[in-house]
Design a protein around this ligand. Structure first.
Ligand code: ZNH
Length: 141
């Protein structure tokens, strides 16, 4: 459960990304692949150029799903259910990869927001993204 203050931090930061899902998503993926090269094994079809169409497309789809989560913070499980099925049953992404993505997500936010990215915002986003990861990985059991 997120507090009113945490929701406000999530909404405020999301305003930075909304409308720019593709470039933010591509940046996030490239950072993930560079810092944690094993994650690239899931995305052999993607190149390493920030303006590659496939990379932008996947970045956009991923961050649009985060946008759906922003709009359904109280109901993540229902909102992300089809995506949870996909990750657990079709893609079979090792759940250990989710914390790596969450880490990179926060660094992307920090590098854009600089001093505006407060400790409280980071804490709220960490909690929120972890909530998404819990839902996307819970159908494995
Ligand atoms: Zn994932 C896919 C989201 C994480 C891997 N994804 C995907 C999609 C989406 C997502 C939306 C699309 C779907 C369709 O198409 O239908 N993810 C997501 C999110 C997250 C994630 C939101 C968190 C937060 N993933 C992840 C991770 C990994 C992954 C961590 C590993 C590393 N995904 C993936 C893959 C895919 C996906 C491989 C497929 C791709 C293609 O198809 O191309």
């Amino acid at each position: 459960m997120l507090s009113a203050q945490e929701r406000a931090h999530i909404a405020q930061v999301w305003d930075l990304i909304a409308g720019h899902e593709a470039p933010f998503g591509a940046e996030l993926l490239l950072r993930l692949f560079a810092v944690y090269p094993n994650t690239k094994t899931y995305f052999k079809h993607l190149g390493d150029c920030p303006d590659e169409v496939l990379l932008l497309n996947h970045g956009q789809r991923m961050l649009e799903a985060v946008g759906v989560a922003v709009r359904h913070v109280d109901n993540l499980r229902a909102a992300l259910s089809p995506l949870a099925d996909l990750h657990a049953h079709v893609l079979r992404v090792d759940p250990t990869n989710f914390p790596l993505l969450i880490q990179c997500f926060q660094v992307v936010l920090a590098s854009h927001l600089q001093d505006e990215f407060t400790v409280e915002m980071q804490a709220a986003w960490d909690k929120f993204l972890t909530g998404i990861a819990v839902v996307l990985t819970e159908k494995y059991r």
